[in-house]
Design a protein around this ligand. Structure first.
Ligand code: PRP
Ligand code: URA
Length: 209
């Protein structure tokens, strides 16, 4: 069963409004994306299993919970995915990081792979693919294909904004991949941009145009 989670916490929604706003400058845009990524990491890790250990408090012995040695991997899609990476690492500092370099050909809208470097034990890890934008879904599908080709089986996807077309496309090919978004927008325009979206995430993060 395909799973789509809209992370509708008020703090996420508030910050996302200013991320969308075209008057937000590069520095503030980057900081807000980083903050929302941290908040989304809280949601996406909600089902991480716990185990009990014994600790000694100043007054008594207690049975208390810790995360049960889960092996995580974060996979930002270059370049815009890097804008969310540090925000997620704040909550998951021990996660290993793999990079998938893809850009979308502006004419065909097809993803072009130019770089891939993954942790050696990537197939044993629970992975979170990170990218601010899920538009046609082509980049997400290509990144997930690349991971599955290398034996990865536990994959989640984290996006700030998705178009319905992109979610449908990813779930048609990879129904096992749960998708977490901060917002589901209306549609794509004729250039494959999300409407209303936030514009070009990479350009806004890095001040390029
Ligand atoms: C953007 C975005 C996604 C992709 C989404 O990257 O960060 O990777 O487009 O579009 P899709 O769902 O239609 O594939 P872009 O290709 O602009 O590259 P960049 O991150 O290097 O700016
Ligand atoms: N990539 C972006 O950065 N923005 C969009 O709206 C679509 C793809």
């Amino acid at each position: 069963m395909e799973k789509l989670v809209v992370c509708d916490h008020p703090l996420i929604q508030h910050k996302l409004t200013f991320i969308r706003d075209m008057r937000t400058n590069t520095k503030d845009f980057r900081e807000l994306v980083d903050e929302v990524a941290t908040l989304m990491a809280y949601e996406i890790t909600r089902d991480i299993p716990l185990e009990s250990i014994t600790v000694q408090t100043p007054v008594a012995e207690a049975q208390a919970k810790v995360i049960s040695g889960r092996m995580l991997g974060l996979i930002p899609i270059l370049r815009a995915g890097l804008g969310m990476l540090d925000g997620v690492l704040k909550l998951l500092p021990a996660a290993k990081v793999g990079h998938v370099g893809l850009f979308r050909d502006p004419q065909t809208l097809q993803p072009v792979e130019y770089y891939i470097k993954l942790p050696t034990d990537v197939q044993e890890r629970e992975l979170i693919v990170i990218d601010p934008m899920l538009a046609t879904g082509g980049s997400a599908i290509a990144a997930i294909d690349a991971l599955k080709k290398r034996g990865c089986t536990q994959i989640k996807m984290m996006n700030l904004i998705a178009a319905p077309e992109g979610v449908k496309a990813v779930h048609a090919v990879h129904p096992d991949v749960d998708i977490y978004v901060a917002a589901m927008d209306e549609r794509l325009d004729e250039h494959g941009y999300i409407i209303p979206g936030l514009g070009d995430a990479g350009d806004r993060l890095y001040g390029t145009k």
